[in-house]
Design a protein around this ligand. Structure first.
Ligand SMILES: Nc1nc2c(ncn2[C@@H]2O[C@H](COP(=O)(O)OP(=O)(O)OP(=O)(O)O)[C@@H](O)[C@H]2O)c(=O)[nH]1
Ligand SMILES: [Mg+2]
Length: 351
């Protein structure tokens, strides 16, 4: 294994040379700022051509070494963007690792730097304090994540909730999961209403779940029907309303939905977003659905995306809490109430 050493004024310059000369599989072994007058502003980076070289010769547990190398490999990503911050943390492996991990999970670089800064990653600390910096960085991120317990007060007065979102995001399935959890586990009286008048078979889909659970289910074609259905479900602890999927660009239909669920009906609305949707689209969906005054986000299809950083990118802009996460197609099991711990793991580690 041949170790190559590079000197350059910026880390970015050095990594560019490493990539050019040693190829894309190059691994950075160490980086340090050189001391002495003649070396002012110079960095020295040691690198090898590929991880295979290193693994052949490395002692100790193979898996351990490999995971360490992957961390180092991630660093190449961030070293490529040689900005002021990168230079600041270039000598701090722990901070670099957090930076790389968060970027890799899709969190916007601007936010990662903000969390690192608040977590103290740019201040002086000893290597042993690295773990603390990581914890403080994750805490700084989590200050922006609110949790909304949807059914907390189900016992005191009836709760009426509508799930809204784009087509196929998982509204009907999520309602079935919630209804099953509430009626089977929490022994609550639950009723369902479908105001999906667009898709053929929409009502049948919900009714099938209602029949399995042995709970009432009504269609509502307009506001009058909706008010009547709510009246019939007066004795319930919770009423869940399934709505038709609306394109975020179809503002007319979103308006129609708003006019149907008038304020006097006391319906709380929650917006479903699939984590496999791009960050920009999530933003647009949240913006275009805002007339419905939704109270929380439900993130669906967590199982279909390795990266969940787009969630925090959205929460930084739209400061609303998260209520539920859905993690698969199985009814009723693939649903989780959002908790701070779960969200921290999801945002930091990915799914
Ligand atoms: N992998 C995965 N699939 C899901 C999840 N939630 C729902 N689905 C699937 O997504 C598809 C659409 O789910 P629906 O519940 O019908 O979605 P919808 O929002 O009601 O759709 P429309 O009523 O047509 O707007 C179905 O195949 C579900 O099984 C999830 O958390 N993970
Ligand atoms: Mg549906």
């Amino acid at each position: 294994m041949q170790i190559h050493k590079y000197k350059a004024e910026t880390i970015g310059e050095a990594t560019a040379r490493i990539k050019k000369e040693l190829g894309p599989d190059a691994i950075i072994l160490s980086s340090r700022k050189l001391k002495g007058k003649e070396n002012k502003n110079l960095f020295e980076i040691a690198a090898i051509a590929s991880s295979a070289d290193y693994l052949d010769e490395a002692s100790g547990s193979y898996d351990e070494v490999r995971s360490e190398l992957m961390n180092i490999k991630d660093m190449i990503h961030i070293l490529n963007s040689s900005d002021e911050i990168t230079e600041k943390i270039a000598m701090k492996p722990e901070a670099m690792r957090i930076y790389a991990k968060m970027l890799k999970n899709g969190i916007n670089g601007r936010y990662v730097r903000e969390f690192l800064n608040r977590g103290g990653a740019f201040r002086d600390y000893s290597p042993e304090q690295g773990g603390k910096v990581m914890e403080a960085t994750v805490r700084a991120m989590m200050e922006n994540v609110g949790i909304h317990r949807l059914f907390e007060e189900v016992s005191g007065g009836r709760k009426v909730m509508a799930l809204v979102g784009t087509t196929g995001v998982g509204k009907t399935t999520t309602i079935a999961k919630m209804a099953a959890q509430l009626s089977l586990k929490s022994r609550k009286k639950v009723g369902l209403i479908s105001i999906d008048n667009y898709r053929i078979g929409a009502m049948e889909q919900l009714k099938t779940y209602a029949n399995i659970l042995g709970i009432p289910c009504f269609p509502a074609f307009n506001r009058k029907y909706l008010a009547a259905a709510l009246e019939r479900l007066k004795g319930m602890d919770a009423v869940l309303i399934d709505t038709a999927g609306q394109s975020q660009y179809d503002t007319r239909r979103i308006e129609e939905l708003k006019n149907m669920m008038t304020d006097d009906l006391n319906i709380q609305t929650h917006l479903l977003l699939s984590v496999s949707t791009s960050g920009d689209e999530m933003e647009r969906i949240a913006a275009n659905y805002s007339p419905l005054k939704f109270k929380s986000f439900v993130f669906t299809k967590i199982d279909e995306s390795g990266k969940c950083g787009s969630i925090i990118n959205l929460l930084m802009k739209r400061r609303l809490p998260v209520s539920y996460l859905t993690t698969g197609q199985n009814v009723p099991d693939d649903i989780e109430e959002a908790t701070k711990i779960r969200m921290a793991k999801l945002l930091f580690n990915g799914n």
